[in-house]
Write a protein that binds this ligand. Sequence first.
Ligand code: FE
Length: 248
Amino acid sequence: MTRIASHRGGTLEFGDSTPQGFAATAAMALEEVEFDLHPTRDGAIMVHHDPTLDRTTDRSGAIAELTEAEVRAATINYGAGGHPISLAELCAIFRPGRVGFRCEIKPGADGLAYRDFVPEVVATLKREGMLERTVFSSFLLDTLTELGSETTRPRLWLVSPPVLRQLGPAALFDLARRRDLAEIGLHVDTADAALMAGAQAAGLEFGVWAAHDAARIGKALDLGVKVFTTDRPSLAIALRRAHRGAGA
Ligand code: FE
């Protein structure tokens, strides 16, 4: 069965990385929650997509240059008044249930990986009892390699359309295998059955991201990918139910 990952807690249904969206996701009939992490200036690990608060909240500034209190003071747009939460709080929301973590390690506002961040993330997940329910993702190959030195949990490479275009499938699969990665994730619009078969033949699991509308969710279900991320988890659950009911 194709797995559903609620992207940032279901951005189009609950706002971007909101506590309400994560709480709702924890109670849904799906398998994974996708989220992104950034460090604060004073060493907290916060759950937020962008490296800055500018686009998605009523505050501004780079999370890495703000204190935890300053980040928590931000109100998330279209998020029912919710504020950014920490990784530990996210763990508390999901610990009692069955939904697994799909943890993305983001770069900072300068596009570079945060220094000494990965070990803190892994240690926090372990301390909070969620490491064994986590798969890690990143667009950054070096971050994935760093993760590999900290944990044996599965790591997946998020492949952007330009990277796919430039490398081509053969070089892409080869690079993923050399880096000992378990899975690749392509933008749903760039995925097709031949690419999926190629990845699987190379020993890689195959997922897609950005399946945010009915057509793209349907494409992911028809392909039979391992997993897709979606900003509309409720819609995805309904469509998967219908798809299975149709015997597809
Ligand atoms: Fe992400």
